[in-house]
Ligand binder design. Sequence first.
Ligand code: NAD
Length: 496
Amino acid sequence: MNRIGHWIDGKVVEGTSGRSGVVFDPATGAQQAAVDLASVEEVDHAVAVAKAAFPEWRATNLSRRAEVMFHMRELVDANRKEIASLLSKEHGKVLGDALGEVARGLENIEFACGIPNLMKGGYSEQASNGIDVYSIKQPLGVCVGITPFNFPAMVPMWMFANALACGNTFVLKPSEKDPSVSMFVGELLKQAGLPDGTYNIVNGDKVAVDRLLTHPDVQAISFVGSTPIARYIYETGTKNGKRVQALGGAKNHMLVLADADLDMAADAAVSAAYGSAGERCMAISVVLASDAIADDLVAKIKDRLPAIVVGPASEDGSEMGPLITGEHRDKVKGYVDGAAGEGATVVVNGTSPSDLPADGFFLKPSLIDNAKPGMRCYDEEIFGPVLSVTRVKGYDDGLALINSNQFGNGTAIFTRDGGAARQFEFDVQVGMVGINVPVPVPVSYYSFGGWKASLFGDTHIYGPEGINFYTRTKVVTSRWPDPRTSRVDLGFPQNR
Ligand code: NAD
């Protein structure tokens, strides 16, 4: 049995807690590895190592820090396939999708290569007579990342690239469901020239997270995961004096107006709902279909589903892999099974795929029509290959539903009407908006984040807001003596 330890001080360290978690092969349902779950003492050790590495890394000049990021950029680029296949083996997503994840993570390392420019402060000459004022950005110290299972390579890159480039040291607590890719990335950072101790990984569960949330030497915590845990992380971390950004779950709506290109809308809805088996926080999970086109749109979506090839990531041609665990598969199935009883219409039920390995965590796409607020399939984040359709009268009706939802992560409008699209962008209470783009994940030089129950904290993650999160500002007011006024004066000292 493959055993996964921790990565501390530039090397793999075996766990000593005596506790371990199961890493499944989601395609077969079999255990493929055991991951060590850190104790409080092991977390304390990792934080102590990161704290000890901080003074030297913080004092390392900007061009050297940028150089490490450049090397890392080259290493991730050269190892795209290795990283993608490692993560796909534990997560279950198909290789093409995993390669896309690596590419979007790599963007964040590329962004961090510009750190000499990103760390620039401001300067005001002659703010008063002979006085200049300037601001400088300084790193915080030991920063922590706590990450979800669904993007095991990309989400840690959202965090550590900027955190390290800013001069912080880092402790990552990856998802215990697919931790191997983080360990490999740790090796790459070492090869890139990052000093030992600067980047560390503790594998673990609630025990490790709770210690990180209260540890006196942890300065900042970035969290990405489900909303209940995000709320807990934010409340506990801030109560313990930490800077926290905690990104939570989602229920992303795609509003299709009557003038939209329906084939384009159907292609987009299917791609965004079922890609990565729906296990994306930016997945479209509800289509708000204007009454005039709703029947046609549902028919077009339904027609596209039989062509989706569901199968193990390792099989050529697979487009959609299994879910992460059997427990999660059964939870997703429960939403579809319960939908008819709630008054919705199950148009396609993909929850009993008889032609796929029975022990694997597979579901096929499901489509639910006539979903409404008050039904579990509408109200809750399903996080699986299930798309719901809610019928709306038009723009106002659709907008009201989006704005009254507890989540505000992503949304999209499909229309040919530029005025309606602009109004939507103005009105909608959601952090990331697509106009005829179903999965509007911002590029790395903008920042990523939702509103409402999709993010707790003040800053979005990565991009310019990431630099702000991982630095604090110091403002210096300075006056230098003017040599022209300097002279020997034997008179009694007095104000002149
Ligand atoms: P999760 O909340 O179960 O786990 C996330 C992290 O929290 C993991 O590292 C896990 O070990 C830890 N954790 C879990 N339970 C905990 C507890 N009780 N106390 C302390 N720590 C705990 O999330 P997940 O299932 O791994 O990921 C899926 C969720 O993440 C979905 O809700 C999805 O929408 C969300 N997500 C959000 C974004 C975003 O950017 N907003 C991105 C990706 C995923």
